[in-house]
Design a protein around this ligand. Structure first.
Ligand code: LLP
Length: 420
């Protein structure tokens, strides 16, 4: 359930009519709903209420906007970060260092050091090489890094191949059959407190079965590690729960996910950790756009909107579906192609889409744009970065300024010697 609803014929974000935002902030613009973020954060937490003291770290990559992170910090969420940049955002938003988990296959020396200096709660180590490097930095600083070893369980998550992370050929984690040996070896390192294992098999999972298979393999690994005298007190089960992008699409509910986890992990005797991203933020945001013009096509019209693949990359990148709806629907429907202004065919949001009939100047939204939306933007075609707005009841605020193309150009230089 989200708080983007039609009222008096106009799509609202909570109590704010979207045309008001379009008028005052311009388009394209991402609009987030605080009430929806809070609702999703609570639904997810409630789904895990049968577990003992679960740790929930929002995957910052899904939506790193400071205001969004602040909303989640106030809900008691920690952060799962994958770069020094995400780490400073999480801290700036008020997330406690000890509630921050640092994931990622390519943490640099500087990032490992930054995590140690900030006193983050856990490093999810993705290779033995990273583990030894972190140990040596920790020793140099006289610190101990709490660590989980990310395991690659070789499970097909049955999602888009570009967002599948748990197959043996994927770059993530250490192979399951070497995990015990690597864990034991890292446990010997001064500077590391090897306290658990981590897994994340992919994103937008429409089926709980691959997760259950992966978690089952973790259960066996925990037993194996303990048999050899290793300590396992924490297990990070990652994120991955999918959200409906299409009206009517059915996905596993957080409650079913929670029940499955309770069942599979009942004998583990560990603190469980989670890294949800999309399930919290996805349906809490829309991309509000204006129709530039409707171009006659051979078979269908092209609805050319002012948002493009640089603003919302998912359709171009993964062939992803985002529901597209008029802000002031007339009830008339037609079939068209929805495209942006960028000069490549990939800048197509939808082909042959049946949706509200639109004319030049009309406002429309791409739904489910609150996760992996603004954060994946680029400035391709020298378009700027779009603004972001957070709505809370009848108030709203610009939580990220539009960065115009000129401001991006200001960071560039033409060396004088080019003109010699
Ligand atoms: N933990 C780790 C280690 C991850 O790699 C990810 C996502 C998450 C947690 C959060 O997963 P979620 O709960 O959001 O599914 N840009 C793609 C999604 C990439 C996801 C990458 N990792 C998209 O737009 O679909």
């Amino acid at each position: 359930m989200d708080h983007f609803q039609i009222r008096n014929g106009i799509l609202h974000a909570e109590d704010v009519a979207l045309p008001v935002i379009a008028e005052e902030v311009g388009t394209p613009v991402y609009v987030y709903s605080r009430a929806t973020l809070v609702r999703h954060a609570r639904v997810f937490r409630d789904a895990l209420s049968g577990l003992k003291n679960p740790h929930i770290a929002f995957a910052v990559k899904a939506n790193p906007n400071l205001a969004v992170l602040r909303v989640l910090a106030k809900e008691g969420y920690g952060a799962d970060v994958v770069s020094g940049g995400e780490l400073i955002r999480a801290l700036a938003a008020g997330m406690k260092p000890e509630d921050i988990v640092f994931s990622g296959v390519g943490k640099t020396h500087a990032e490992l050091q930054q995590g140690l200096e900030e006193g983050i709660g856990q490093f999810n180590i993705e290779s033995e090489e990273e583990g030894y490097e972190l140990a040596s930095i920790a020793r140099r600083f006289g610190k101990t890094a709490a660590c989980a070893l990310r395991v690659n369980p070789d499970v097909d998550a049955r999602t888009h191949e570009k967002i599948s992370t748990g197959k043996r050929e994927n770059k993530f984690g250490v192979p399951l059959d070497r995990a015990a040996e690597i864990y034991a070896s890292l446990s010997q390192e001064d500077g590391l407190d090897m306290r658990g294992i981590a897994v994340h098999i992919g994103s937008q999972l429409g089926d709980l079965e691959p997760l259950e298979t992966a978690f089952g393999k973790l259960g066996e690994l925990i037993a194996q590690l303990r048999e050899t005298g290793c300590k396992v007190s924490h297990v990070d089960l990652g994120g991955g729960l999918g959200v409906p992008y299409k009206t009517g699409e059915e996905l596993p509910a957080p409650a079913e996910y929670g029940a499955m986890i309770e069942r599979v992990t009942k004998d583990w005797d560990v603190q469980l950790m989670f890294e949800p991203g999309r399930v919290i933020a996805g349906n809490a945001g829309v991309l509000l756009t204006r129709v530039i013009r409707v171009k006659r096509g051979i078979e269908r019209p092209f609805v050319v909107v002012d948002a493009a693949m640089n603003d919302l990359a998912r359709p171009a990148m993964y062939g992803a579906w985002h529901d597209f709806e008029a802000v002031q629907p007339t009830g008339e429907k037609s079939v068209s192609h929805i495209v942006g202004p960028i000069c490549e065919t990939g800048d197509t949001f939808a082909m042959d889409r049946e949706c509200d009939t639109l004319v030049a100047g009309d406002l429309a939204v791409f739904r489910t744009a609150g996760a992996y939306g603004a954060t994946m933007a680029s400035s391709y075609n020298s378009r700027g970065f779009v603004a972001e707005v957070l709505v809370d009841g009848d108030q709203y605020a610009v939580v990220a300024d539009r960065i115009p193309a000129g401001a991006i150009m200001d960071a560039e230089r033409v060396p004088a010697w080019l003109d010699d």
